[in-house]
Every structure is written in structure tokens, then in C-alpha cells.
Design a protein around this ligand. Structure first.
Ligand code: 5AD
Ligand code: SF4
Length: 449
């Protein structure tokens, strides 16, 4: 490749999970430190980072078509952007990307992006750079401190996964489970709060497997970390995602009843309601094990909103086995759920299992599942009407004077108020829709002195 001028502007396009959103923000901060600015809306950037997701569908194909599109739009604007592919597709298929897409200068895995500046230098000189090493803690140590933040921020506390569910690429793309050290997390959380964050969502592929030592050298789990973070005065809300049932501890369940700042929302995927399928998925728990945890969490925090992930059409899934998934959805009455058609991932055990399910069957099952999920979500929203709660304002609504915030139960609530982003206002939930609610600011009673 020919040498090019150092990039002045960048754009990071993140796909997939919240951990990718977090990584995308950190890459942006790193580029900011190098004097590279975000490209203004509607303008071609000098450097584009595709921060990819490999979890489902034709992830790699999508990356190649995105690259093709970038080259075309660059040509139309008379420039040739530097293209970097980051994230899990880079980790899984880095070499192939370099071979198939000459327009790509940089391939950088999720554990190596702290070395982007060096890679960028090489790319500017006309070279190509690939880095898919996995020294996870080194990455966090090398990143700059946190800058101005939105009121709701993400904080990666744990990365990687040792569970090896048979359908999942994460253990291969994100590597083994690691926990970031307690002191680093407290410092990063304090910085986020100083910069304006009022809510922090602790992230990890298996966030409840986080473990560490507190400032007194005591071994603690995620509940201990949550209790320590709750002491940061201006931090008002704490959430965490995603958890695995087998890493749920009594301490974490208790925290849901005891820590006011821990929001009443739990995302705990089960994937299927059928024990034979759970076994074939290597989930290492039964449907009843899962339900027992939810029962305890509900006992600790009766108003908790529950959410989960489901896969339909796992190889060999019969109609009766799928019916068990519908059954568990009805039993739990989730407030929200994510549901997916099984997608064979190269290199995972399930991809070569017998009994792959026809796409039409998967489509039909997904539709039925989503209709049950939608029913329970709407019912949860309707049951919230009449409650008074605080919402954290995150963005403007469609009309002047309208604002959108999140309830403690992670529902989107819109309200007419004189407010600004980051405000926490008390509202009465007045009307429910399937995906959001209308809040009304409670008039304050003013008593004459
Ligand atoms: N096919 C479909 N869904 C998947 N997930 C993970 N791997 C696959 C796959 N191969 C889903 C699971 C997981 C969520 C993040 O993505 O439900 O919890
Ligand atoms: Fe994937 Fe299973 Fe690990 Fe979740 S627990 S990241 S589904 S392997």
C-alpha cells in the first residue's frame, strides 16, 4: 500500500454486544489522545474502525460488504480511508480478512486494541498490521483515563468465557475468563462519575464470575464490588450484565435486596426451557436450577424485572422441546427478552451436530416465541402503570420539550418536562405501550409558609 497522510478524523462503527460498545468508546478515546477527532456527521472519515461481532449470522460476509461500501463511498468523496477491522470477527478471521480485503490496513482483536497507535503508524507508512494477541489486563492498563461521559456508562469488569456452550464463539474470540482488579475498577468508576455518569452498567461475558480482592485484601465476588461501588456518592444506579446461572451466589442474590443503588433488573439467559437441549448446549444447568435462582432473586427483590436470552432451532430441537421454551417464558413472565434463531458458528461443536433445523421451522418458532415474549413485556409495562419512580434522562424525545429516560426496571419512559440529559426526575408512570411508557412529572405540593 502507498503511504498516506496521518488521519485527522475517525469513525468507530460498533456492532453487537455492549462490550463492543465499551471497546468502541475506549478506541475512540485512544484516537482522541493521538489528536484524531471524530468525523463530523455526514462526512467521510480518514480512518474507519469496523468493530465487529461474530456471535450470529453471516458476520464475516457483512464485514466484507461494509468494507466494499467504505471503499466506494471514499472513492465518491475523492479519498481513500484507512480501514481497520476490530472486534470478534477480526479475532476469529483476521488472516482471511487480510488476504481477502486488500483495502484493510489493520486487523486488531478485542484484547489488543490498546496497541492501535503503533499499528496506525505502520498503516500510515503504507504497511499492514495484524494483532490478535490476548493479554487482556495489559490492554486496560494501557488505555487513557475516561473522558466526558453520557449519564449511563458501561464499565467492563470481566472478559472472556470458560463455559464453552456448544453453539457459542465467545470462548474462542474473547478468550479465557479474566477479572479486572478491584482497585482499577473503583478508579475507573470514580472517573466516570466525575465526568458525569450517574448510572454504571458493569459488563462481562460472565459478569457474575467476577472475583477479586478488595482494598483490605479480602476475597470478594461481584456483590462485593457492587457494594463498594455503591459508596461512590454521585453514582446513583448500578446494573450488571450478562450473567450465567452457575455463577450466581447467595451474596449476589442478597445484594438485590440490600443495595438500593442496584437496580431491580436482572438479565439471566437460559437459552432453552428443555433439559435435553440444555445438556446438548453444554449449559451445565437444568431449567429447574434456573427457575430456583429466579425464585430466590424474586424473594429478595419482589419487584425485579427479569430478562433472558433464548435460542430457537438448536440442532435436534423437536417441537415438544421447543414447547418447553414457550412454557418457561410463560412461567417466568419476563419483562423483556432477546431471542435468536440458532446460527451455526464455524469451529463450535454444535455447527457439526446432526439434526440442523430448517430455516422455515426456525422462523416459525421464533415468531411464536417472540409473540409470547411481547405479550409478557406489554403485561409488565401495563402492571407498572400507577407506580412512581425516578427516571434517568438519557436523550431528547421526538418533540420539543419531550425527554426519554430509563426507569429502574430499564423501561424507556418519555416525559414532558423542563429537563436536561443526566437529570433524575420523579414521575408517575401513566400509560403503557409494548415498548415504552409515558411518565408524568408529579406536581409538587407547595404549602404557603
Ligand atoms: N446462534 C444464535 N444465538 C446465539 N447466541 C450465542 N451464540 C449463538 C448462536 N450461535 C445468543 C445467546 C447468547 C446471546 C448473546 O447470543 O442467546 O446469550
Ligand atoms: Fe457463550 Fe455460553 Fe460463554 Fe455465554 S456462557 S459467552 S453463551 S459460551
Amino acid at each position: 500500500m502507498k503511504p498516506s497522510a496521518p488521519p485527522k478524523t475517525y469513525r468507530v462503527k460498533s456492532f453487537g454486544c455492549q462490550m463492543n460498545v465499551y471497546d468502541g468508546e475506549r478506541m475512540a478515546e485512544l484516537l482522541g489522545e493521538q489528536g484524531i477527532a471524530p468525523a463530523p456527521e455526514g462526512e467521510e472519515a480518514d480512518l474507519v474502525i469496523l468493530n465487529t461481532c461474530h456471535i450470529r449470522e453471516k458476520a464475516a460476509e457483512k464485514v466484507y460488504s461494509d468494507i466494499g461500501r467504505l471503499v466506494k463511498s471514499g472513492e465518491a468523496a475523492g479519498k481513500k480511508p484507512l480501514i481497520a477491522v476490530a472486534g470478534c470477527v477480526a479475532q476469529a478471521e483476521g488472516e482471511e480478512i487480510m488476504a481477502r480485503a486488500p483495502a484493510v490496513s489493520i486487523v486488531v482483536g478485542p484484547q489488543a486494541y490498546h496497541r492501535l497507535p503503533v499499528m496506525l503508524d505502520k498503516a500510515v507508512q503504507g504497511g499492514r498490521a495484524t494483532d490478535t494477541d490476548m493479554p487482556a489486563i495489559a490492554k486496560f492498563d494501557a488505555l487513557p483515563t475516561r473522558k466526558k461521559r453520557a449519564p449511563a456508562a458501561f464499565l467492563t469488569v470481566q472478559e472472556g468465557c470458560d463455559k464453552f456452550c456448544t453453539y457459542c464463539v465467545v470462548p474462542y474470540t474473547r478468550g479465557a475468563e479474566i477479572s479486572r482488579p478491584f482497585s482499577h475498577l473503583i478508579v475507573e468508576a470514580e472517573k466516570l462519575v466525575e465526568a458525569g455518569a450517574r448510572e454504571i452498567t458493569l459488563l462481562g461475558q460472565n459478569v457474575n464470575a467476577w472475583s477479586g480482592e478488595d482494598d483490605k485484601g479480602r476475597s470478594i465476588g461481584l456483590d462485593g464490588l457492587i457494594r463498594a461501588l455503591a459508596k461512590i456518592a454521585d453514582l446513583k444506579r448500578i446494573r450488571y450484565t450478562t450473567s450465567h446461572p452457575n455463577d450466581f451466589t447467595p451474596g449476589l442474590i442478597a445484594a438485590h435486596g440490600e443495595v438500593d443503588k442496584l437496580m431491580p433488573y436482572l438479565h439471566l439467559p437460559v437459552q432453552s426451557g428443555n433439559n435435553r437441549i440444555l445438556k446438548a448446549m453444554n449449559r451445565q444447568h437444568t431449567a429447574d436450577d434456573y427457575l430456583a435462582i429466579l425464585e430466590q432473586v424474586r424473594a429478595a427483590r419482589p419487584d425485579i424485572a427479569l430478562s433472558g436470552d433464548f435460542i430457537v432451532g438448536f440442532p435436534g430441537e423437536s417441537e415438544a422441546e421447543f414447547a418447553d421454551t414457550l412454557k418457561i417464558v410463560d412461567e417466568v413472565r419476563y419483562a423483556a427478552c432477546f431471542s435468536f434463531k440458532y446460527s451455526p458458528r464455524p469451529g463450535t461443536p454444535a455447527a457439526t451436530m446432526d439434526g440442523q433445523i430448517a430455516p422455515e421451522v426456525m422462523d416459525e418458532r421464533l415468531q411464536r416465541l417472540q409473540s409470547r415474549i411481547g405479550h409478557h413485556q406489554f403485561a409488565f409495562n401495563q402492571a407498572s402503570v400507577g407506580k412512581t419512580c425516578t427516571i434517568l434522562i438519557e436523550r431528547k424525545g421526538r418533540h420539543e420539550g419531550q425527554w426519554i429516560g430509563k426507569s429502574p426496571w430499564l423501561q424507556s419512559v418519555w416525559v414532558e418536562a423542563s429537563a436536561e440529559i443526566g437529570d433524575m426526575i420523579e414521575v408517575e408512570l401513566a400509560e403503557a405501550g409494548p415498548n415504552s411508557l409515558k411518565g408524568v412529572v408529579k406536581p409538587r405540593l407547595v404549602t404557603a409558609a
